[in-house]
Design a protein around this ligand. Sequence first.
Ligand SMILES: [Zn+2]
Length: 232
Amino acid sequence: MVQQLVAGVHHFKRQVFRQQQELFARLAQGQSPQTLFITCSDSRIDPNLITHTDPGDLFVIRNAGNIIPAYSAASGGEIASIEFAIMGVGVSDIVICGHSHCGAMKGLLHPEYVTEMPAVGQWLAHAEATRRIVKSKYGQRAESEQLEVAIEENVLVQIENLQTHPAVAVALAEGKLKLHAWVYDIATGEVFAYDDDAEQYVPLGDVRPVAPGPTARLADVKSGDARFHAET
Ligand SMILES: [Zn+2]
């Protein structure tokens, strides 16, 4: 597999880099991405591919489950990257993008899956609100529906967590930042965005960003609709 990567690097250098030399020369002078894109580590997601953007367009944070610990519980990479994205880079938008078939969300709903992975279990604790919401509101639903709901709710829970970070709160208060809750469907390539007015996810289009606020605006998820049901 690493041989494949090495061959890929050679190809990149010989072909892709040469074709886009101007872009890379410009990027060598600095970056000015407008968007902080937070998504899962899952190998099936390619932020630049699904948004049809170039190197330099997205400042990216990835981790298992696209989770952002609340400020009081945060340390390390996520908190520093958020602060830097806003104060150092000056992004104007933050997208949190969950995805269908998310293994982290499966582990969240089934803690027994991760008993032998204590670090994963500890990390998923930052999404505990998601698990509780799903179990209390949708606990009677079929397994697959609970997973869909967990994926959607988790993005909203993490949007709430994001707002506990001072850099985010200040930028929102100054009107310099917008937050967006997205879910990407691997099977269809569709991206759904949370519509604050409709209070549900709708196909990405003319969707208003999530308005800042202290209280959770959790999706009244209509499971059984067209989302994620194409042959998955
Ligand atoms: Zn995932």
